[in-house]
Design a protein around this ligand. Structure first.
Ligand SMILES: [Ca+2]
Length: 375
């Protein structure tokens, strides 16, 4: 039986989507934005950030504050797409991008974060955080290439003064309590470390959006587990059990959107920085998905975490009680939800159960168009 018919707690559609430019947006109301507060920053030197980045309300034309976000990523081709979208979506103000091991080693992930941000050269540079965790048990090089970015082997000068990711997370959240949304699109190692580093972290994060896990469908790295959770199940359990306000974007939902070959014609041209990056790395992903999965297209799960932060109305969520299996011989890294008739676990996570696929695609392409305007 599907999730929808079992839980009494469903946030139903009651509002019109504010993005009237999205023909398919039907106004799904979401729990993502429930605790978002209007925003009000890097330890390492970076250009001065304007007091408030303003986004435009598409319906009223009224300027409003952009939402502060931190991306915690393990690039990864779809992580790279996520960073692109976040840096150029006017709804978001990216205060930091932190690296974690996962698809690639911590060292490579750190290099990739730096590479992506340098190649894109956004108007305001986010603070960067280095991955310090050990290499996970598995990796995603089959789908992402030996360097995580489609074997593009972009040249980059290694920075030696980057702070550890968990320190950057704690610093930024302390600077803007309850205002920052963290988008995690890799193993949850850094988030668990931040919880251990600062006892106030859980209470001061605005919301954590986790791309990972599965509710009703199969895993993608083992029959029962999704890659991000499987890579560091102990950290995932720590995060699930924390009091942090959080949302899970599981495979059940992210798997609904496949980037097909025709998207390539819609990407910004190679003469733009974003076009040059994406057109260099995406073809590898298309080849790898076809060879490894028999799929004529690619999953862009991580990018959806950014869309969920910027446009929560495009997702429907349900409050659930979830945990992570850490020891199962066949099920380590599986996400487990208490859906018994009489639930005994306390609800602790808002889980995405559906999204407006067409509107999400439209959002992604529109944001890529915005990125292309930056040259
Ligand atoms: Ca990822």
């Amino acid at each position: 039986m599907g999730v929808k018919s079992r839980s009494p707690i469903v946030r139903r559609s009651t509002i019109r989507c504010k993005h009237t430019c999205l023909p398919a947006a039907r106004g799904l109301q979401s729990a993502f934005g429930a605790t978002f507060r209007p925003p009000a920053a890097m330890n390492a030197p970076r250009p001065e950030r304007p007091k408030a980045q303003k986004a435009q309300n598409h319906r009223t034309g009224t300027p409003r504050m952009a939402r502060k976000v931190i991306l915690d990523v393990d690039p990864g081709i779809d992580d790279a797409l996520a960073v692109v979208l976040a840096l150029f979506d006017p709804e978001l103000d990216v205060v930091a991008v932190t690296a974690t091991g996962g698809n690639v080693s911590p060292q490579q992930a750190t290099l990739n974060v730096q590479t992506i941000v340098e190649l894109l050269d956004p108007p305001r540079l986010p603070r960067l955080g280095a991955a310090t965790s050990e290499t996970p048990a598995d990796d995603g090089r089959l789908l992402h290439g030996a360097d995580g970015l489609g074997n593009a082997n972009f040249p980059v000068a290694v920075l030696h003064n980057m702070h550890p990711a968990d320190k950057v997370l704690c610093d930024e959240v302390r600077t803007a309590p309850e205002e920052i949304t963290i988008i995690s699109s890799g193993p949850l190692t850094n988030i668990a470390r931040a919880l251990q580093r600062d006892s106030n972290f859980a209470a001061t994060v605005g919301r954590l959006i986790m791309v990972g896990g599965a509710v009703d469908g199969p895993g993608n790295i083992t029959p029962g587990a999704e890659f991000n959770i499987y890579s560091d199940p102990l950290s995932a359990r720590t995060v699930f059990r924390s009091r942090m306000t959080k949302t899970l974007l599981p495979l059940d939902v992210t798997g609904q959107l496949v980037m097909t070959f025709d998207w390539l014609d819609l990407l910004p041209s190679e003469s733009t920085r974003v076009g040059a990056l994406l057109r260099r790395i995406l073809p590898f992903a298309f080849r790898a998905h076809r060879q490894a999965l028999g799929l004529e297209g690619i999953y862009i799960n991580d990018a959806l975490g950014v869309v969920a932060a910027a446009h929560p109305e495009l997702f429907e969520t349900r409050e659930m009680a979830g945990d992570v299996e850490t020891q199962g011989e066949l099920t380590a890294g599986a996400t487990v939800f208490d859906r018994r008739q009489v639930r005994q676990w306390r609800p602790n996570v808002d889980v995405a159960v559906s999204m407006d696929v067409a509107a999400v695609k439209d959002c992604i392409l529109r944001t890529l168009g915005e990125a292309a305007k930056a040259g």
